[in-house]
Write a protein that binds this ligand. Sequence first.
Ligand code: FPP
Length: 245
Amino acid sequence: MSFKEKLNSTQMPQHIAIIMDGNGRWAREKGEMRVFGHQNGVSAVREALEGAVEIGLKYLTLYAFSTENWNRPEFEVNALMELLVNSLNEELPTFQKNNIRVNCIGRTSDLPVHCQATLQDTIDQTKDNLGCTLTLALSYGSRQEILEATKAIALKVKNNQLAIEDIHEDTISQHLYTHDMPDPDLLIRTSGEERISNYMLWQIAYAELFFLPIMWPEFSREHLFECIYYFQNRERRFGKTSEQL
Ligand code: FPP
């Protein structure tokens, strides 16, 4: 029986976040350039997205480019930007066919202008799709996100638009890039590294974490289903005891 067949449809996660790691190592192991790994990483993105659509997942969020990734060699940064533009253009008919809404989080004003234009065009063209929301984290850093939220909240307090007593956890959530989506209930990282790398630090407070010992280009929808299967078999206590559940 496949993992997909074993899934319990009443306990599906709403939001899965993925750290797509290991493209470079996968390529180097094959004696290829790192960019070859990113190119093959696009097929794994397609796998993850098709798997998400198959099970009716509402939110899939992919860490495609971090604020720290700008420090990579210019050649690799440019290749990643072109890959993003080409993938968005090529996949647009698939997004429409599968009712996928594209969204982004991060400081996207840092991206090259033509990338911003393609991204905005894809977001606009898919905005009425109500199936899965595919969010791309681009020039994303969670500390930066929390810093920006803090400044926005502080400004509201300064301008007497918000009282300090009215700042709650929700207030912070509402000022993050992710204000219009639920927190992830499941986070997957490939490549065997067991780190969060500045990804959705606030939002993953109660997420179940899965670290897979495969490189991102090797990721298939079966891996997604396997993680969901184990997610459904973990006891999520949210601070309570087993007996209270
Ligand atoms: C991490 O692997 C991967 C990235 C920084 C980029 C991910 C990009 C893609 C999968 C392709 C484009 C994405 C979309 C959404 C179309 P790494 O380079 O850090 O690998 P390493 O740890 O082995 O060096």
